[in-house]
Ligand binder design. Structure first.
Ligand SMILES: Cc1cc2nc3c(=O)[nH]c(=O)nc-3n(C[C@H](O)[C@H](O)[C@H](O)COP(=O)(O)OP(=O)(O)OC[C@H]3O[C@@H](n4cnc5c(N)ncnc54)[C@H](O)[C@@H]3O)c2cc1C
Length: 493
């Protein structure tokens, strides 16, 4: 197989995966990253002596990452120190009522039976039945869907009876569980895709199966250590990562790309270009309108996008004794979701996720202190909300909710440093279309072959990786997108 020069735009998890696999196979890998650090939304944020993950904090389905390390002749354990978390997380309802789901099936069934009488057996039934769905659907997420012929493959045909795309995650799981809080505990995972459990296709009940079957991990130092490790391996295998080097345009000549133009004006030519920047942002900024027939600006506007998030990164001068992952549900969770998805307004009582990783990981903050990460799902930039105006009030509202509904009663007195990211910052600073932090929504008409293909449809020699492409948003699927693109380039598909 002749070796190629492969240009990758962006050193996020998708670009790094593709770069890692291609560099190991002897291709000349050149990654251009606009920021001063690798990882994208998976990069570290440093505030003084405190370290935070920018985005992902739940590491799931570890076998995908493990396989990628193995494919490059490495052991994941040589690069990452991984801690399994059990309980998986703390879920708090009505500001006081805690539930601690466990990855241990027997423990979980007993705990459910105690708290939600009659639902213990239902949990086991859910794991069995929805587990079958996972077994059938998961293989479909490992391969490209470039044409309708992909739907004729035995792997997909076997999955059809289990796909369940027309019910919603909530409606499907409500057929198993009687108690409302348990229904929410098993369906809120739709939010990992930035979607409402009442709208997200029931195909994605596999998200709760993934957590409950394979567990959740925390790498010491944060999930950003994964991107750092990938970048290291790329370097070890001869690839190059050019930091602080934004790309301005993709060069398209005679129906194929031949390279890129950097913001500096320099041209770089190569045999293939992989786009890892957010799909819709990349289309509207890196590909000239005359080179796009399918993904016109109008089409991009009409596509559906995930919700956004407001982030608070708080360096505290104390360590609270609360779990690693905490989800504090709004008193009226459904109403909160309606605000985000349909009303496109800010909730007076939003749900809040708090990561208190310093309870597990002493490397993130000085002794006795802690790095606290707060994520609040909010409506994306299609709302027209003026974040310049809302920023301070919303931040204060969230801090107030945390103080009222958790053990962090004196939080406001212990903040040494802080950083806020709003939907406007996701859009302007991070280059995420509509500030939709989880990219294109995962409704059925934007999945599989209806999602942007890993081998780009508009012109040749161009490949797409990352959350806005097939198979979807979330680290395991993003790693798969990188692997699919690397396979295609390596085998000339
Ligand atoms: C707040 C938040 C929480 C999340 N939580 C989880 C979680 O717990 N678990 C999970 O599995 N997933 C989670 N995700 C989803 C997903 O895993 C991450 O968003 C992931 O980082 C996306 O990877 P990516 O490769 O698609 O893109 P990105 O991480 O966005 O990487 C794209 C890269 O391209 C670079 N780039 C863009 N434009 C240019 C240009 N013109 N020139 C050069 N470089 C450019 C960017 O700087 C960036 O480094 C979360 C996401 C967010 C935002």
């Amino acid at each position: 197989m002749p070796k190629k020069k492969v240009i990758i735009i962006g050193a996020g998890p998708g670009g790094l995966t593709a770069g890692m696999l291609l560099a190991h196979r002897g291709h000349q890998v050149e990654i251009y990253e606009k920021k001063e650090v690798v990882g994208g939304r998976n990069a570290p944020i440093k505030l003084g002596d405190f370290t935070f993950d920018t985005g992902p904090t739940f590491l799931m389905l570890l076998e995908v990452l493990d396989d990628i390390f193995k494919e490059t002749g490495r052991k994941m354990g040589d690069y990452l120190e991984l801690k399994p978390l059990d309980p998986l997380y703390r879920l708090r309802f009505d500001g006081q009522d805690d539930f601690f789901p466990s990855g241990d099936e027997d423990k979980m069934a007993q705990e459910i039976e105690k708290r939600f009488p009659g639902d213990g057996q239902n949990y086991l039934r859910f794991k069995k039945e929805e587990g079958k769905k996972f077994d059938r659907v998961y293989p479909c997420l490992k391969v490209p869907y470039g044409s309708f012929l992909s739907y004729l493959k035995p792997r997909f045909i076997k999955a059809i009876p289990r796909l369940d795309p027309f019910a919603s995650v909530y409606h499907r799981l409500a057929t198993y569980f009687k108690h409302e809080h348990l229904r929410i505990a098993m369906t809120f995972q739709a939010k990992y895709l930035g979607m409402s459990p009442w709208q997200c296709p029931a195909t994605f009940t596999i998200l709760s199966i993934i957590e409950h079957r394979f567990g959740i991990y925390h790498p010491i130092g944060g999930l950003n250590k994964i991107s750092e490790a990938m970048a290291k391996i790329i370097g070890e295998d001869g690839g190059k990562i050019h930091l602080n080097t934004p790309v301005r345009r993709i060069i398209v000549e005679n129906g194929k790309t031949t390279g890129i133009i950097l913001e500096s004006g320099d041209e770089v030519r190569g045999d293939a270009v992989i786009i890892n920047s957010d799909f819709a942002w990349a289309m509207s900024h890196l590909v000239a309108p005359q080179d796009r027939r399918k993904y016109t600006d109008e089409k991009l506007r009409k596509m559906e996008y995930s919700c956004s998030t407001v982030m608070l990164y708080l360096g505290l001068d104390k360590l609270y004794d609360i779990p690693h992952h905490n989800v504090i549900f709004a008193d009226d969770y459904r109403d909160n979701v309606e605000d985000i998805v349909h009303r496109k307004t800010l909730s007076s009582d939003p749900s809040v996720y708090i990561q208190n990783a310093s309870i597990t990981d002493p490397t993130l903050a000085p002794k006795g202190k802690s790095a606290v990460y707060v994520l609040v799902p909010v409506t994306n930039q299609t709302s027209g909300i003026d974040w310049q105006r809302e920023r301070k009030d919303f931040r204060d509202r969230v801090i107030g909710i945390i103080m009222k509904k958790t053990e962090m009663k004196d939080l406001d007195k212990h903040i040494e440093v802080e950083k806020i990211i709003t939907p406007a910052d996701w859009e302007n600073e991070y280059g995420i279309y509509q500030g939709a932090t989880f990219n294109l929504s995962h409704k059925i008409s934007q999945m599989l072959s209806f999602r942007p293909h890993n081998k780009f449809e508009e012109f040749d020699n161009c490949y797409l990786v990352g959350g806005g492409t097939h198979p979807g948003s979330g680290l395991p699927t993003i790693y798969q997108s990188g692997r699919i693109a690397a396979e295609m380039i390596g085998s000339n598909k």
